[in-house]
Design a protein around this ligand. Structure first.
Ligand code: HEM
Length: 518
C-alpha cells in the first residue's frame, strides 16, 4: 500500500492545528496582532465590540489611501455604527477606541497608563521627546519643572501680553466700517506671537517674518504626519526614514532653527536680567514675580540648565513642544469661537452685554479679575471646545499586559484612543449633541453629567498644563474684538469640512466679517 499521500495530509493537519491554536491568542491576518481578552467570568462582547475591518486583514488597511477628510470621517462613522467603545486590530497591534465617559475615566485615571501611543512617535522628528511625548521618569521631571511656570502670578503677567497682542490684532481694522478676514490665516499669527512673548520672552516682530515660515513648515510636517498615519508601511521607522523622512527635513530645519534662534536670544537677555538683578536685589525678591522684569517659561529651563537639571537638547525639545502646543491649540479654539459668535448673533449679543456690564471701555485696565466675571462667555468657550475640540483624540499605549477596571485585558503595546470628538457628541451625555448650546455649562445643567464626558484638556496626571493660560488668551482676544466689532458670518458652516491633522483642521479657511460698532 502506498502511504506517500499521508505525509502532506499529516503536515496540513499539523499546520491547521497550529493555526487554530495560535489564532486563539493572535489575530493572524492582522499580522499577528495579539487579541484583547476579557477577565475570567466576563465575555469580551459584554465590555466592547470588535470593529469589522474594510479588508480581511482586520483594520490594517482601513486608512490606506484615505485623505485627511476621509481619515477624520472614518472614526466618526465607526463611532456612529459601533455606538460603544470598540476594539480594532491593526498591523501587529490591537487598539481600544473609547467613545464613552465611563471608560475614558478608567483609562485616564490608571496610574500605569501614562505612555503615549504610537502616533506620538510620528511627532518625534519635530518635537523629539519633550513633556508631551516623553514618559516615565523623564516626563515626571519635566512636568515638575514646568508646572510652576503656570502659576497665577505668572499668568497675570502673561495676561498683559495677551492684552497688548489683542489690541495689536484689531488695530488694522479699527478705521474701517467693515472688513472680511480669514480667521484661519490671521489667528495662528496672533497665537504664535503671544506664545513667543509669554513662553519664550521674545517678540516675533523682531524676527522678520520667520514666524510665518515656522507655521508654514509645521503645516508641511503635519501633512507628512497624516501620510504616515494612513499607510501602515510607514509606521515602521526604517520604511519611513527610507521613503518619506528626507522630504520633511527642510521643514524640520526651519522649525528647529526658529526655536534655536529664540533660545539663543533669550539666553543673552536672561544673562542681562540676572546681572541687573544682582545689582538691585532685595531679600524677598523673586525672579518669577518681579513686576519690572517679565518672566518667560523658557527662563525656568535656562535656570534649570545652570543647575544641571536639563541640557541644551532638552531645552530645545521643550521649547519646540511649548511653542507648538501653545499656539496651534489656542488658535483652533479662537477660530471656532469667533466663527460661533458670527453664527449665533443672539449669543454674541449676550457676550457683548456681559462685557459692557463688567469691563470698562478703557481696555488698559483689563485684567484677570475682570475676565473672571465673564461667566456666560466662559460657557460659550466651553461649548465651542465641546463641539470643536482642538485635540480630538488622545492616545496611550500599554507597556505591559494591563487589566482595566472594566475587565478588559489589553496585551502589551495596545493603543488606547480616547476619541474626545466622539465623547463630546455622544447623545448619552449631550442631548441634541450637534446643537450649539452654551447653557449646557450652567452649573445647574452640568451637575448630573459625568466629569469625563468633557475632555478638551484631557484629564488625570497627563492633563493639559496650559488650560488656564489658554482660557485667558481666548477670553482676552474675544473681549477686545467684541468691544470694537460685531462679527458677521460670510460662509455656511457646512462648507468648511473637518480634516484630520495633529489638531482639529478644516478643509477650507474660516472667514468672518468684522463690522464697526457704534
Ligand atoms: C485651547 C487650548 C488647548 C487645548 C484644547 C489643549 C489640549 C491639550 C490636551 C488634550 C492635552 C493632552 C494631550 C495628550 O494626552 O495627548 C494637552 C497636553 C499639553 N498641553 Fe495643552 N491644550 C491647549 C493649550 C495649551 C497651551 C496654551 C499650552 C502651553 C503654553 C499647552 C501645553 C500643553 C503641554 C505641555 C501638554 C503636555 C502635558 C503632559 O503630557 O504632561 N496646552 N493639551
Amino acid at each position: 500500500m502506498d502511504f506517500c499521500y499521508i505525509w502532506p495530509i499529516l503536515a496540513l493537519s499539523v499546520i491547521l492545528h497550529w493555526i487554530y491554536r495560535v489564532s486563539e491568542d493572535y489575530y493572524i491576518l492582522s499580522f499577528f496582532s495579539r487579541r484583547v481578552r476579557a477577565k475570567e467570568g466576563k465575555s469580551l462582547d459584554s465590555i466592547a465590540s470588535v470593529a469589522p475591518g474594510c479588508t480581511i486583514f482586520g483594520n490594517c488597511f482601513d486608512l490606506y489611501g484615505k485623505d485627511n477628510g476621509e481619515v477624520f470621517n472614518y472614526f466618526r462613522n465607526l463611532a456612529k455604527t459601533m455606538k460603544r467603545s470598540y476594539i480594532q486590530y491593526n498591523v501587529g497591534v490591537p487598539a481600544y477606541q473609547i467613545i464613552d465617559a465611563e471608560n475614558a475615566e478608567i483609562m485616564l485615571n490608571d496610574q500605569n497608563l501614562i505612555s503615549k501611543g504610537l502616533i506620538y512617535d510620528f511627532l518625534h522628528p519635530a518635537l523629539k521627546t519633550g513633556i508631551l511625548t516623553s514618559t516615565g521618569k523623564k516626563w515626571h521631571m519635566r512636568r515638575k519643572m514646568l508646572t510652576p511656570t503656570f502659576h497665577f502670578n505668572i499668568l497675570e503677567q502673561f495676561q498683559e501680553i495677551f492684552k497688548s497682542e489683542s489690541i495689536k490684532f484689531v488695530q488694522p481694522f479699527i478705521g474701517q466700517e467693515e472688513s472680511e478676514i480669514s480667521l484661519s490665516k490671521l489667528i495662528p499669527r496672533f497665537t504664535l506671537n503671544s506664545v513667543c512673548e509669554t513662553a519664550m520672552g521674545i517678540k516675533l516682530d523682531d524676527m522678520h517674518g520667520k514666524g510665518d515660515r515656522y507655521r508654514e513648515s509645521f503645516e508641511m510636517i503635519e501633512k507628512s504626519f497624516i501620510k504616515r498615519l494612513s499607510n501602515p508601511l510607514y509606521w515602521n521607522n526604517c520604511f519611513y526614514n527610507l521613503f518619506v523622512a528626507s522630504k520633511n527635513e527642510p521643514f524640520l530645519k526651519v522649525v528647529h532653527d526658529f526655536s534655536s534662534e529664540i533660545i539663543a536670544k533669550r539666553r543673552i537677555l536672561l544673562e542681562d536680567i540676572l546681572a541687573e538683578k544682582l545689582k538691585t536685589q532685595t531679600a524677598d525678591d523673586d525672579i518669577y514675580i518681579n513686576k519690572k522684569t517679565r518672566f518667560a517659561m523658557l527662563d525656568t529651563l535656562l535656570l534649570a540648565e545652570k543647575d544641571g537639571l536639563i541640557d541644551h537638547s532638552g531645552i530645545c525639545e521643550e521649547v519646540d513642544t511649548l511653542m507648538f502646543e501653545g499656539y496651534d491649540t489656542t488658535s483652533n479654539g479662537i477660530i471656532f469661537s469667533l466663527m460661533n459668535l458670527a453664527l449665533y448673533p443672539e449669543m454674541q449679543d449676550l457676550c457683548h452685554a456681559e462685557i459692557q456690564n463688567n469691563i470698562e471701555d478703557d481696555l488698559s485696565n483689563l485684567d484677570m479679575i475682570q475676565l473672571s466675571k465673564l461667566r456666560y462667555m466662559e460657557c460659550f468657550l466651553k461649548e465651542t471646545l465641546r463641539l470643536f475640540p482642538p485635540v480630538p483624540i488622545i492616545v496611550r499605549r500599554t507597556t505591559r499586559e494591563t487589566e482595566l477596571a472594566n475587565g478588559l485585558i489589553l496585551p502589551t503595546n495596545t493603543q488606547i484612543g480616547v476619541q474626545v470628538f466622539d465623547i463630546h457628541r455622544n447623545p448619552k451625555y449631550w442631548p441634541q449633541p450637534d446643537e450649539f448650546q452654551p447653557e449646557r455649562f450652567y452649573k445647574e445643567n452640568s451637575k448630573d453629567r459625568p466629569t469625563y464626558a468633557y475632555l478638551p484638556f484631557s484629564a488625570g496626571q497627563r492633563n493639559c498644563i496650559g488650560q488656564k493660560y489658554a482660557f485667558l488668551e481666548m477670553k482676552t482676544l474675544l473681549v477686545v474684538v467684541l468691544k470694537h466689532f460685531k462679527i458677521l458670518p460670510i460662509m455656511d458652516p457646512e462648507s468648511f469640512g473637518f480634516h484630520a491633522g495633529i489638531t482639529l483642521r478644516t478643509k477650507n479657511n474660516i472667514r468672518v466679517k468684522l463690522v464697526k460698532r457704534n
